[in-house]
Ligand binder design. Structure first.
Ligand code: F6P
Length: 327
């Protein structure tokens, strides 16, 4: 028989992402709408273990929709990787009368959620919140759109100075295991090349691309480099290029955590609102061990197992388009 939860906890986990606050707001307000109790857990899974819970109402989440970061704070918990840590978390939840959990985070967070849910037969739903966009089961993750908009705002500025001095800039964007931010910002900013974990670009191909740019009288160029690319560290790449093209003025810029902050875009606010509601409604109809996502504009629920093991799809068409447009 379907056991409908009466008290839902929500937490944010892993790297923060703009739009997480909007997702928390959506969870809290929809839980209240459906007559459920709802508690916020501070500091991600650490807060489950330390029982830092606070009961929230619809007014607790006012004026947070437009703020980056997460007011519940986030953490990458080592203790939750241990059986003792998870046991403590379970006991704390039971003691507080909480019978379902919503985890807003990325693949690492859902791996923990899956293990926990299986171990203690606890109902858990995930909401994809990561700037990396690297989760299977959703076209977009919360924070990706804001992060890419931030990245191109910065790259546009770099372009101004690059073109004034005819320089080649290597710009590193985030993406530990994936190149979604790199590819999208490369296309949006007109970058000559994109180096990311999913493409196995070689130095020879890079050299050819730079030579072709020179032949086509493209004197200022930008190459976007995902931090998790396979070619190497951005400074090593820069050293290789400097050795090959000693006449070029080559600079390196690392955008880093700039990409994680800032007010979420309209897209991220709407996505977060949709998915927060979908998570609560999913719990109410008995969904468990799944991630709520949006594919082709439809809400879908994907088992954690698939969301974390299957690879999100980088569209090769975008790589092809970039090649054509940067001639
Ligand atoms: O997972 C999101 C992400 O921003 C990655 O792109 C990046 O590699 C990582 O988090 C950085 O994590 P931290 O803030 O813990 O250094």
């Amino acid at each position: 028989m379907l056991k409908v939860p009466s008290h839902i906890a929500v937490l944010t986990s892993g790297g923060d992402a703009p739009g997480m606050n909007a997702a928390i707001r959506a969870v809290v307000r929809s839980a209240v709408y459906y007559g459920k109790r709802v508690s916020g857990v501070y500091n991600g899974y650490e807060g489950l273990i330390d029982a830092t819970f606070e009961e929230l109402d619809s007014r607790s989440v006012k004026y947070i929709l437009n703020h980056g970061g997460t007011f519940l704070k986030s953490a990458r918990s080592q203790r939750f990787r241990t059986t003792e840590g998870r046991k403590q978390a379970y006991e704390n939840l039971v003691k507080a009368g909480i019978d379902a959990l919503i985890v807003i985070g990325g693949d690492g967070s859902f791996t923990g959620a899956k293990i926990f849910s299986e171990e203690f037969d606890f109902q858990v739903i995930g909401v994809p919140g990561t700037i990396d966009n690297d989760l299977y089961g959703t076209d977009f993750t919360i924070g990706f759109d804001t992060a890419t908009n931030t990245a191109i705002e910065c790259i546009d500025k770099i372009r101004d100075t690059a073109s004034s001095h005819d320089r080649l800039f290597l710009v590193e964007v985030m993406g530990r295991d994936s190149g979604f931010i790199a590819l999208r910002s490369a296309i949006a900013a007109g970058a000559l090349e994109v180096i990311m974990p999913e493409n196995s670009i070689t130095y020879d191909q890079l050299y050819q691309s730079i030579e072709r740019a020179g032949q086509n009288k493209k004197f200022s160029n930008i190459i976007v480099v995902a931090e998790g690319n396979k070619l190497g560290n951005i400074f090593e790449i820069s050293d290789h290029l400097k050795a090959k093209f000693p006449h070029l003025d080559i600079k390196v810029t690392i955008l880093g955590h700039l990409q994680r902050g800032g007010s979420p875009t309209v897209f991220d606010r709407v996505l977060a609102s949709k998915l927060g509601v979908a998570a609560v409604e999913g719990l109410l109809i008995g969904r468990n061990k799944v991630m709520a996502g949006v594919m082709h504009n439809q809400v879908i629920y994907t088992p954690f197992e698939e969301a974390i093991t299957r690879r999100a799809y980088i569209n090769p068409e975008l790589i092809r388009i970039n090649k054509i447009l940067t001639i």
